[in-house]
Design a protein around this ligand. Structure first.
Ligand SMILES: [Zn+2]
Ligand SMILES: [Zn+2]
Length: 190
């Protein structure tokens, strides 16, 4: 697994070199629970209403992209994405955040700072990733059509797209890629 602190130090020094002033980042941690996001930036001390210089930030990065065979620069791109959220007025992907992202992209061709990043950017297979990291696996008990979701749709009103029956077997991810039976919904229909 990659050394996150080392990549974080590179990211910060690259931003320092081009004069980007980021906030007070008090922690950078590995997130083993993140399902759909690669990284996240949170205010851990202070609130959005506080003065910027009173805020403290924590960044977490998904362990899904910390595998050694993923390109360091791509992970640093995610770290920079999150560090930019700590800059003044940049908590969302608004104009200020985008300006800084463009600046980084212009100065460093090795990075690609985008609002979202697909699995393929990291050389990951989207289908496999979904099967490993979704919150729910939903299976039709009738025709065995199965798919993955991070949120549960309303299984009381939803019918299987393939067989039109309502016989759902729902499994929940134990956060280790094992899906355990969660609930089943069966409605008799003619
Ligand atoms: Zn973001
Ligand atoms: Zn079905």
């Amino acid at each position: 697994m990659k050394n996150l602190n080392r990549l974080f130090a590179i990211a910060k020094s690259n931003l320092d070199s081009i004069g980007i002033e980021y906030g007070d980042i008090v922690g950078i941690v590995v997130n083993t629970r993140a399902k759909s996001r690669w990284g996240q930036c949170k205010i851990v001390n202070g609130t959005q209403r506080n003065e910027w210089f009173d805020q403290e930030f924590e960044i977490n990065i998904s362990n899904r992209i910390l595998d050694d065979n993923i390109d360091d620069d791509k992970v640093i791109s995610v770290i920079i994405h999150e560090i930019l959220h700590t800059c003044y007025g940049c908590m969302n992907h608004g104009r200020k955040w985008k300006e800084l992202a463009d600046l980084v992209n212009d100065c460093y061709s090795c990075y690609r700072i985008e609002t979202t990043q697909s699995c393929s950017y990291f050389g990951l297979n989207a289908k496999e990733e979904r099967a490993k990291y979704s919150t729910y696996k939903i299976q039709c008990g009738n025709c065995h059509n199965e798919f993955y979701r991070n949120r549960l749709f309303n299984t009381n009103t939803c019918f299987c797209g393939k067989c039109k029956k309502q016989n759902w077997q729902i499994y929940k991810n134990d956060n280790n890629g094992n899906y355990r039976p969660y609930k089943s919904i069966y409605k008799f229909s003619f």
